[in-house]
Write a protein that binds this ligand. Structure first.
Ligand code: FAD
Length: 403
């Protein structure tokens, strides 16, 4: 294989290029990204970077020298189309680049709020460094923020905005935070924490419209008609995989680019990794898509291994983290909602774990400010640790008993 082209220079794309070299690949590696900045970490955008605790220079995965030393041809450009018959990607500046293998790593984009006023100035999504810079500038002169969506990014933003001294109101149509991903027990602790930090949370509440003055947002009007004055509105209502390129090229797409267990798409010359990949999850009996740094980097390593002759199925235990004020949430494994939950420790102490158990098997562990439990949980989940809810509820039970 002579030339591997990677489209998207985010977490997955960068890691795939780096892992190809680590695995001794000697052919050409072309990494194409359409953002201004060289490949950088996204998680701090809603946390330390937004609060001005770290600089843009601290976000880069590697200094620019790394790409030269590793002979990774990092190109700024937007890929407009894939010509599968010629095995070429076509850039918007007219360049065509030929591939022997193509890796799609185009990530996801924030879901747009489709209510009147969503286009007003002062209404933001948070996905890129550029978004974070614009948001930071807006926060400087602001005193009131409204957050639409109590998911991970909305709540991380809310914690940051509170830490920066803004008043914060959060609206969500669900009845608890991070409802799709998190147990009710863990969600309750985050509700408490955001309230303790002074945020106002409005559950089962949608947005009717956004009110503007001279083109700038001045309030969010809720589905109940309540008016929430706002200088800044952050919309965090989920993300959608960027699959247009794959779909136009005729690849199979269904809530992401459909891939097999080794992350190969319906075209044997094209792989897909990271937020866009819809991959089979044998434990759940269906395809899933994950939006996390772990998933992006581990899938990148899996594909790089396959392309250098060490192919294996992607079987990593999923894990994720989110920092919100004083709470560090870490999740290992996947819940499907049918599990029984056992809480270890006291949520009031801001240090506890929630074990999610089904059929006598540990399926997922959510920890708050318990990094040791999280690390242990990842090992236990990888080996399919067994425990019953009754055993986990016995006095003095600790996760390490299963090790
Ligand atoms: P991305 O990192 O999004 O990279 C995709 C890249 O492809 C982008 O640069 C995009 O511009 C580029 N691209 C798209 N289309 C084209 C094209 N046609 N041509 C050229 N380039 C293209 N995960 C966690 O695990 N923990 C966290 O705490 C956490 N916090 C987050 C906070 C924020 C604010 C955000 C936005 C995400 C966070 N995530 C977190 C999620 C995590 O960052 C993503 O899951 C991860 O970045 C996915 O990697 P990816 O490579 O698939 O996509």
């Amino acid at each position: 294989m002579n030339q591997i082209v990677i489209v998207g220079a985010g977490h997955a794309g960068f890691q795939c290029a780096a892992a190809l070299r680590q695995n001794g690949f000697e052919g050409a590696v072309v990494l194409i990204g359409n953002e201004d900045a060289p490949p950088y970490q996204r998680p701090p955008l809603s946390k330390a970077y937004l609060q001005g605790k770290i600089a843009a220079a601290d976000l880069g995965f590697r200094p620019e020298r790394f790409f030269i030393d590793q002979k990774i041809d990092l190109r700024k450009g937007h890929v407009e189309a894939i010509d599968r018959s010629k095995r070429q990607v076509l850039l918007s500046d007219g360049t065509a680049i030929t591939y022997d293998h193509l890796v799609l790593a185009t990530g996801s984009q924030p879901r747009a709020l489709r209510t009147p006023g969503a286009e007003l100035a002062g209404v933001f999504a948070l996905q890129t460094l550029r978004d974070a810079d614009r948001l930071r500038a807006a926060l400087e002169g602001a005193s009131r923020a409204v957050v639409v969506g109590a998911g991970f990014i909305g709540l991380e933003f809310a914690a940051s905005a509170r830490a920066m001294g803004l008043s914060v109101q959060i609206v969500d149509v669900a009845e608890r935070p991070m409802a799709r991903a998190l147990s009710a027990e863990c969600g309750a602790a985050f509700t408490q924490e955001h309230m303790a930090q002074g945020a106002d949370l409005l559950w089962k509440t949608g947005v009717q419209h956004l009110e503007g003055e001279a083109g700038r947002v001045i309030a969010v009007v809720t589905s109940e008609g309540r008016r929430l004055p706002a200088d800044v509105v952050l919309v965090g209502i989920g993300a959608e995989p960027r699959t247009a390129l794959a779909a136009q090229a005729g690849l199979e797409v269904e809530n992401g680019v459909v891939v097999n267990a080794t992350l190969l798409s319906s075209d044997p010359h094209i792989s897909a990794i990271g937020d866009i990949a819809a991959f089979p999850q044998p434990g759940l009996g269906r395809r899933i898509r994950l939006e996390s740094v772990q998933n992006a980097t581990d899938q990148a390593r899996t594909v790089a291994a396959r392309l250098t002759g060490k192919g294996a199925a992607y079987e990593a235990v999923p894990w994720f983290w989110s920092d919100q004020g004083a709470l560090k949430l870490q999740i290992a494994g996947l819940r499907n909602g049918s599990e029984e939950h056992v809480v270890l420790g006291d949520p009031a102490t801001r240090s506890f774990s929630v074990l999610c158990i089904a059929d006598g098997v540990l399926r997922a562990v959510e920890t708050v400010n318990r990094p040791a439990d999280h690390m242990l949980a990842r090992r236990l989940l990888a080996k399919g640790a067994r425990v019953t809810p009754a055993q986990a509820r016995e006095a003095g039970f600790e996760l390490k008993a299963l090790a």
